[in-house]
Design a protein around this ligand. Sequence first.
Ligand code: HEM
Length: 420
Amino acid sequence: MTQFVMPPRKPVSERTAMSNYIEPRDIHALLALGPMAPVRNPYPLFRELRATQPVLALNPARSIAGSRRAVLVTRYQDVKAVLRDNETFSNDIVQRTMGVVMGPTVIGMDGKEHLQHRALITPSMTTRKITGGDFPREVRRIADGYVDTFIDAGRADLHEQFCYSFPLSVFVSLLEIDLGDVKEFHDHSKALCLVAMDPAKGFAASEWLLNFLQPIVQQKRRQPGSDLISVLVQSEVDGATLTDLEVVSFLRLLTLAGAETTNHTIGTAMVALLRDPELMAGVRADRTLVPKLVWEAMRWESPVSTVLREASCDTRIGDVRIEKGTEVICHIGSANRDEQQFDDPDTFDIDRADRDPIPFGFGRHYCAGSHLAKLEAEIGVNTLLDRLGNIRAIPGEEFSVVGFSFRGPDRIPVTFDRLT
Ligand code: HEM
């Protein structure tokens, strides 16, 4: 059973009074800050790049994977073209970067190997447990458990006290494992994606997760149930099955994919509501608008803002020649703000004509957890609106959506009235 263990916290006012947000002046300064810097508004720089240098050659020191040649792709149509063409643009670069701590996973595979592996993991992501039955009620129960921990205080940091841990607790409930401290699990999974900045911490986290998950995988293999790990250990396609290491690696990927993404979507949706009281009132009164709110939040501030590919032969992106071996950083966040694709793209507008935003990626590597993510985000927002009335920002307490590769708010200090 998932428990709601919260870390000791300082009062919101002590933690959030000071702003450490960064406003980079040019794209090179922005890239120098690294993928997780608290960059508040990179969009003017992306707008300029889309207009002038849509496929920008980077100084190798600014590449994400340490490649000798790298480009940053910022236009919607170019990003989509790269993600569509998985023959020319390989995911092996993901394996060589994240794979060192994650192990062999579907996101770092190409061609037939990817198709076979994806077929093996898909049943775990489409199981009835996720798509129907009692699962939405379980997700709501978990969300309510978090709200119970802070509702009496009348104020909270919704990022830290709700968004940060709720999606991971949902994921843990799918594994049906006993996890005392969700935050400890989360911190280790987050350290995985920081391996380039702090290798020692990344490798230590990888080992911690291996030591924690491996015995559970072995036990589920001996005595399978109906949980996600049991589906994975029993999965078989044309005689191929997943090894224990492949299951553990996939679980490491999922903890990261599940924790560092939906978390940001719920937070961004709440930031959009807090900045627009009329929208807050409208969505509160008509909950059929929540799916639109969540979808627009994912376009406006794409939680996974960059995805990596590598050119496996000499090729072109738009008019620009690309040499074999070039690292291609596709900026999904910029693509989803492209004025050629979306009218008035910087405005948060839940009534906009859809025009196909790509927050879940595109092509063969399209997010395998998209329906789980949407379900969690919608239930998360609905729970906050059901339980907390008159949610409002605290004067003098800054908050913002931040980041380069992953984007979401790092704090959301609010006050509210208790409803239920
Ligand atoms: C708002 C939430 C989420 C966003 C924005 C998101 C975004 C993405 C993106 C952009 C990709 C494509 C990566 C690429 O092309 O290299 C991806 C892949 C993936 N995502 Fe998500 N994701 C989210 C939630 C989740 C959740 C909750 C899970 C599962 C627990 C998940 C599992 C995966 C997996 C397994 C892949 C790899 C698919 C493949 O390589 O074939 N994601 N996601």
